[in-house]
Every structure is written in C-alpha cells, then in structure tokens.
Write a protein of this length. Structure first.
Ligand code: GTP
Ligand code: MG
Length: 230
C-alpha cells in the first residue's frame, strides 16, 4: 500500500504505516515534518537552473538545457535506502547520510552544455558543491554515463539559513535514453542481466557516446562558421 493517498497526494495514510517497524515509523513521522524544506530547496534549485538556461539563450543564443525533471524521494524509498546502506534509522542519520531526497535531472543537448551549466552553477555564491561524481569521464561498468553533483542550498525563513542538499544528475538526451531503457530492462529482468546482454548494453552506451561526440562536432562546425570538410 502506498503511503500517500492518490486523491490527495500530501495526505498521509496512517494505515500504511503498520507494515513498518517502530524506528521506521518514527522516522517517517519526523521526516514528514521537514519534507517541505526539501520541496522548497528543489523549487529554488529549479529556478536557478532555469534562469541559467535563459541567461545562456540571451547571451549565447543557445539553450544548453533540453528539459528538467525533478522529484522528492518518497518515504518508502528513503527507508529502503537507509536499510540498504545500513545507516541508523533516525532523522539525524537521514539528514547526514541521504543527499538525494531532493533530486533533479538536467537533460542537455550536448556534452559541452553539461560542463558549461556545471561551471556556471559552481560559481554561484548561494549554492555549494558538496559532492561530485563524473560518470561521463569514468562511466560505470554497466555503461551508465551522467555527472552527479550534490549542491548545498541555503533557504531562509528567519535569520538562520537551513541548508538542504539537492542532487542533480546531468546527462545528454542520448545518455538519458540509455539510462531510462536500461533501468526499465533491469527492472523487467529482476536485476539479472545475462553476460551477453551486459556486453550489448555497454556497447550501445559507447555507441551513443560516439553519436553524442559526432553530433556535437557538427554543432560546433555550424556555430563557429567552419567550412564543411566533406
Ligand atoms: P543510490 O543509493 O542508488 O542513490 O547510490 P549512490 O548515490 O551512491 O550511487 P550513484 O552515484 O551510482 O547514483 C545512483 C543513481 O544513479 C541511481 O538512482 C540511478 O538514477 C543512477 N544510476 C547509477 N548507475 C546506474 C546504471 O547502471 N543504470 C541506470 N539506468 N542508472 C544508474
Ligand atoms: Mg544517489
């Protein structure tokens, strides 16, 4: 049973709590009191990224961002992650150990766009990079490519800021296509790919990366006025 009522997503179904342990229930109740801060942080980060896209359009006549997706991690998924990682089942542990309660995906047109947006974001004084994993430079063995960055953003309701982490996954349209389908296939095959399928999926990711590089080359050629060499 889902913890949220479908009709009223913010209304919490207490009946659903019965399947959780005492510590998990306590954590869910405590988390729901502060969930709003994760939503506020996500909204602010969305605005920052959208404004940067707008700035790039006005300054360079180019929108680096194709689209943005965002979500707040459900209490079910928070409990699952804390259990999987073996962290203490407390609200302090959630605040210290879980950085992706507020999560965004920024899908860019070209690889260079990803690094341009990251460079602009890293210069902003109101957000700080807490953690960065570049799976484009070092792809995962599965073939997964993206840059994951956790930014700390300050939100104010009084004199003291509340600092909330927001995780952003940056990827190209091609990387997003691969990750979405691979995720779906992984789910359908109960997390168990055959060695052959693993090899193919890794190969398709490398093929798509080459397409990304080649499309970018054409884009650079068109926008810098270079002559065609063919
Ligand atoms: P989590 O506990 O899963 O959040 O792990 P993590 O944050 O330590 O690891 P990581 O940096 O790998 O980020 C995990 C997230 O990246 C997942 O929730 C997926 O969105 C994405 N991801 C990582 N590896 C893969 C992969 O092999 N395939 C797909 N489709 N997505 C992946
Ligand atoms: Mg994560």
């Amino acid at each position: 049973m889902s913890l949220y009522s479908k009709k009223e997503p913010q209304v919490y179904k207490l009946d659903a709590l019965k399947s959780y342990s005492e510590d998990e229930r306590k954590l869910i109740v405590e988390y729901l009191k502060i969930e709003k801060y994760y939503r506020y942080a996500l909204r602010e980060m969305n605005a920052i990224v959208e404004n940067l896209d707008d700035f790039c359009e006005n300054t360079f006549s180019h929108n680096p961002i194709h689209h943005i997706e965002s979500r707040i991690k459900t209490p079910e998924n928070i409990i699952e992650k804390i259990n999987r990682r073996g962290y203490p089942m407390t609200i302090d542990s959630l605040k210290t150990n879980i950085y992706d309660v507020s999560g965004m995906r920024v899908i860019c047109n070209y690889i260079n766009d990803i690094y341009q947006i990251i460079a602009l974001l890293s210069k902003q004084k109101d957000i700080k990079v807490r953690l960065k994993k570049d799976y484009i430079i070092s792809p995962k063995p599965s073939g997964y490519r993206s840059v994951h960055i956790v930014f700390d953003i300050s939100i104010y309701f009084g004199s003291e800021p509340i600092i909330i982490p927001v995780e952003i996954q940056f990827r190209t349209i091609a990387m997003d296509m691969w990750a979405s389908l691979e995720h779906e296939l992984r789910y359908k095959s109960n997390n168990e790919f055959t060695e052959y399928d693993k090899k193919c999926l890794k190969q398709y990711s490398d093929d798509l990366y080459e397409v990304d590089l080649n499309m970018q080359k054409i884009y650079i050629k068109k926008t810098t006025g270079d002559r065609d060499d063919d």
